[in-house]
Ligand binder design. Structure first.
Ligand code: GLN
Length: 459
């Protein structure tokens, strides 16, 4: 295929299935075609190109793209055209991947179902009445629905891995600091990390190598040297690898068939020569509670910049508008219910007199979770669990029940609290013949282990 043929085929697919899936907020066909043509020309001239040059990619709409509307799924940013590219977008452009468009997501990445987007629900290609996961449901649905072969997601508490699990695709949250956050619209800065959404483990490794690396524009960026991801994904050999099963993430709340598919995958790994060990991470039971204090606290501070003055929407009330009134009216109309709930939670948790009781305690739990990981990784090379406790639920099923929605993240959140990398890949069909996910976790900067283990399980 020429890059142009590949790009045109995906744009045609987008045109035909978007009315059903709504995985994209914005499609940038002309830009994608121009990049593809440039790749074909360069190839004809015999220029050397990056391995993924000419392979189209979709980008979650929380990542800023110069000259292309970036909404973060929110009405408050409708029509906002960023004047610069996120570093990871610069990397994609430098490697010459045609960008197909911006994918739908929960508003400001808050959610597990893509239902809080101001731009309508995204539908799961496996069953259009079900959620595609969230917050990055658009990226994963685009992969599962063959609208894009590669996509970028962001993961603050599971938003790459859980959508991958419920759409039968692959998703990787890299080590915190290994992919630049410059140009991501921040939700919770100490947890956010961008990563690949793909159909295979090797594709994820290839895309990870394009977007990763040290960036002086991100103060938490770390210097790389994490090994060769693609080579690790191609090894397909896990003889002697010690895989730790997290006892706390095996039982309660997990659907029977999700658990069964997980056990079957473990048996395959054991047959392939891995050693399965049981590990306990006793503090993981507090992780969800700590996350829902830390994440809203950071978000309440990060979202203060949406004041009706600088970006996107501005609502000016008729009666003697003051700065406060413009701000209040803009936020009142521009933010959805979930975003308001989290700003309130975060503001409360950070308020004087409560800071130590809530935010302070949550930070202590975070340290305990990190210690659990450190102790577990003394006994094994990677950890494993089901990615999410259930298969994709029906649209609307959990919208009135935030607690149930939050519980979907139980297995993914510990990795964000500790900054360690995680990979989700399909484990087979579970309840209602819907896909379930298998998650590997590795120590910080051990992303190559995820690719080695994931590549072997996929094989
Ligand atoms: N579902 C989680 C939340 O609502 C995680 C979101 C994310 O990773 N962006 O916060």
């Amino acid at each position: 295929f020429s890059a142009r043929e590949l790009t045109d085929a995906h744009l045609a697919r987008i045109e035909s299935v978007e009315p059903k899936l709504n995985a994209f907020v914005t499609v940038t066909g002309d830009d994608a075609r121009a990049t593809a043509d440039a790749v074909d020309e360069a190839r004809a001239k015999g220029e050397s190109l990056a391995p993924l040059a000419g392979v189209p990619v979709a980008v979650k709409d929380v990542v800023v793209t110069k000259g292309t509307q970036t909404t973060a799924g929110s009405k408050i940013l409708e029509g906002w055209i960023p004047p610069y590219d996120a570093t990871l977008v610069e990397n994609l452009k430098e490697a010459r991947l045609p960008i197909l468009g911006k994918t739908n997501m929960d508003e400001f990445a808050m959610g597990s179902s893509t239902e809080t987007s101001a731009y309508g629900n995204t539908h799961n290609p496996w069953d259009l009445d079900r959620i595609p996961g969230g917050s990055g449901g658009g990226s994963s649905a685009a992969i599962a629905g063959f609208e894009a072969p590669l996509a970028i997601g962001t993961d603050t508490g599971g938003s790459i891995r859980q959508p991958a699990a419920v759409t039968g695709t692959v998703g990787v949250k890299p080590t915190y600091g290994s992919v630049s956050r410059y140009g991501l619209i921040a939700m919770a800065s100490s947890l956010d990390q961008a990563g690949p959404c793909t159909r295979t483990v090797e594709d994820a490794a290839l895309l990870h190598e394009v977007i990763g690396g040290y960036d002086p524009k991100d103060s938490t960026s770390i210097k790389g040297g994490f090994g060769n991801f693609v080579e690790a994904a191609r090894t397909k050999d896990i003889k002697g690898m010690r895989i730790g099963v997290i006892e706390e993430l095996e039982g309660e709340g997990f659907d029977p068939l999700v658990k069964q598919r997980f056990e079957e995958a473990l048996a395959l790994l054991e047959n392939a020569g891995a050693e399965i060990v049981r590990v306990s991470c006793p503090n993981f039971k507090y992780a969800l509670g700590a996350y829902y204090l830390i994440m809203p606290s950071e978000a309440s501070s990060n979202l203060a910049k949406f004041d009706g003055m600088r970006f996107g929407l501005r609502v000016v009330p008729e009666d003697h508008p003051t700065a406060e009134k413009v701000m209040a009216a803009t936020r009142g109309q521009g933010f959805g219910a979930e975003v308001k709930r989290r700003i309130l939670l975060g503001t409360y948790a950070l308020s004087s007199g409560y800071y130590d009781a809530y935010y302070g305690s949550a930070q202590k739990v975070r340290t305990l979770v990190q210690r659990d990981f450190a102790a577990a990784f003394e006994k094994c090379d990677v950890l494993a669990s089901p990615t999410a406790p259930t298969v994709a639920f029906r649209l609307g099923e959990n919208t009135d029940n935030p607690l149930k929605m939050y519980l979907n993240d139980i297995a993914t959140i510990p990795a964000n609290l500790a900054g360690v990398p995680g990979l989700s890949l399909p484990s087979g069909l579970a309840e209602d013949s819907m896909p379930a996910g298998f998650q590997f976790l590795a120590p910080a900067m051990g992303d190559d282990r995820l690719y080695r283990a994931g590549g072997a399980l996929e094989a």
